[in-house]
Design a protein around this ligand. Structure first.
Ligand SMILES: *Cc1c(COP(=O)(O)O)cnc(C)c1O
Length: 398
């Protein structure tokens, strides 16, 4: 255990992944731009080969395998989540694809949550299936009953909680327990919570994944992924990520580390503003339902409260049925909520969502249009006024 493990999370965010004494006293770690590492002798070169073959991956050999800058970010997020080691990748989807392919072979069976991040579904349906992996989508509310879906060839159970677009809460410990008892690897997308609000490995998960593109970097200006691993899962994930070419760029890694320093002040503010907006939306006649597990009347609230230590600023809403023209009139001219994919940056965002096209185990049957909102760091009253004017346009377009 390093001494930083003993500090509170906010203190860790400030001090992890940097060592001024090793770097002329400079506060932040340097950015190493490197493809090539020079070896001083054949013996030194052979030592790096032995290091790799043993699965240690301690030494630096080639840019694709990471640099000390990469290692700094990996170490910091590993400590935040209580992992063994982590692997930085080019983007969040890369961390997911590397982790899935690390444990799956032709003939294996994958159990994967139905309400997951859309591009992962595409990866399963278009690529994993092509390589002979059998894929079953499960209901996010399944809990311990997932045992009934396990087959003799089930190798991986994949989770995301709360789920993308519809924000159902999955009972992570219940599913992890079923998996552990059967030697099945569990992989969880923990992007929504960031390392601050949920620690998957403490709940029995083997690999915890973040799109560092989102909250960890926090400024909407880079793509990066990270997979935090247990000791058993590290070597397969590391080998697959570097063997498939998923490496992250040095400047992006540096900026993610820089963004991460303020995660402890950003997350509570995102949660606070999202809560204000969600409550306000619940009172609006145009809104059928708000999906945000931090709200006491959300169906997933009990699980969220039991397992999570906070919430992020991302949530969903379903409107009462209205015309496409009305829906567009609302969204098209929002001033502060700009329309764009991604989230986790300092700014508020909104996108219309179409969950029915991405569900099979638990069909989406809401009659009204749905949207996803990201509560940024703006003043909440300004954000409410922006949405209020949107609803006025919606009514006027009737
Ligand atoms: C954005 C996102 C990803 C993918 O991350 P990229 O860095 O965009 O590849 C994965 N999971 C979730 C939940 C996301 O929101």
């Amino acid at each position: 255990m390093k001494s930083t493990d003993l500090f509170a999370r906010d203190t860790q965010l400030v001090h992890l992944g940097r060592d001024p004494a090793a770097n002329h006293g400079i506060v932040n770690p340097p950015v190493y731009h490197a493809s090539t590492f020079i070896f001083e002798s054949v013996e030194q070169l052979l030592e790096t080969r032995r290091d790799r073959a043993s699965g240690a991956f301690e030494q630096f050999t080639y840019g694709r395998e990471g640099t000390p800058t990469t290692r700094a970010l990996e170490d910091a997020v590993t400590r935040l989540e209580g992992g063994y080691r982590a692997v930085v990748t080019s983007c969040g989807l890369g961390a997911i694809c590397a982790s899935l392919t690390a444990f799956l072979s032709a003939g294996d069976h994958l159990l994967i949550v139905d309400s997951l991040y859309g591009p992962v579904r595409q990866f399963c349906d278009e690529f994993l299936i092509k390589f002979g992996v059998q894929v079953t989508y499960y209901d996010p509310l399944i809990g311990a009953d997932i045992a009934h879906l396990v087959q003799p060839n089930t190798r991986v159970i994949y989770l995301e909680s709360p789920c993308s677009l519809t924000f159902e809460m999955t009972d992570v410990p219940a599913i992890a327990k079923v998996a552990r008892a059967r030697g099945i690897t569990t992989i969880m997308d923990n992007t929504w919570a960031s390392p601050l609000c949920f620690r998957p490995l403490e709940h029995g998960i083997d690999v915890s994944i973040h799109a560092a593109t989102k909250y960890i970097s926090g400024h909407s200006d880079l793509m990066l992924g990270i997979a935090v691993c247990t000791e058993q899962s590290f070597i397969p994930v590391k080998k697959t990520a570097s063997g498939s070419g998923y490496c992250g760029g040095p400047d992006d890694v540096y900026m993610a580390l820089r963004g991460m320093r303020t995660l402890g002040v950003r997350m509570p503010r995102h949660q606070e503003t999202a809560t204000v907006l969600a409550r306000w939306l619940q009172q609006r006649p145009e809104v059928a339902r708000v999906m945000y597990p931090a709200l006491p009347d959300d169906p997933g609230h009990a699980i969220w409260k039991r397992d999570f230590t906070g919430a992020s600023g991302l949530f969903g809403a379903v409107l009462r049925p209205c015309s496409e023209r009305q829906f567009a009139a609302m969204l098209d001219h929002l001033e502060l909520f700009q329309m764009g994919y991604s989230w986790g940056g300092f700014e508020s965002l909104v996108v219309p969502t179409y969950p029915s096209t991405l569900r099979s185990a638990r069909p989406w049957t809401e009659p009204g249009p749905s949207l996803r909102l990201h509560a940024g760091l703006e003043d909440p009253d300004d954000l409410i006024r922006d949405l209020e004017r949107g609803f006025q346009r919606l009514a006027a377009a009737a």
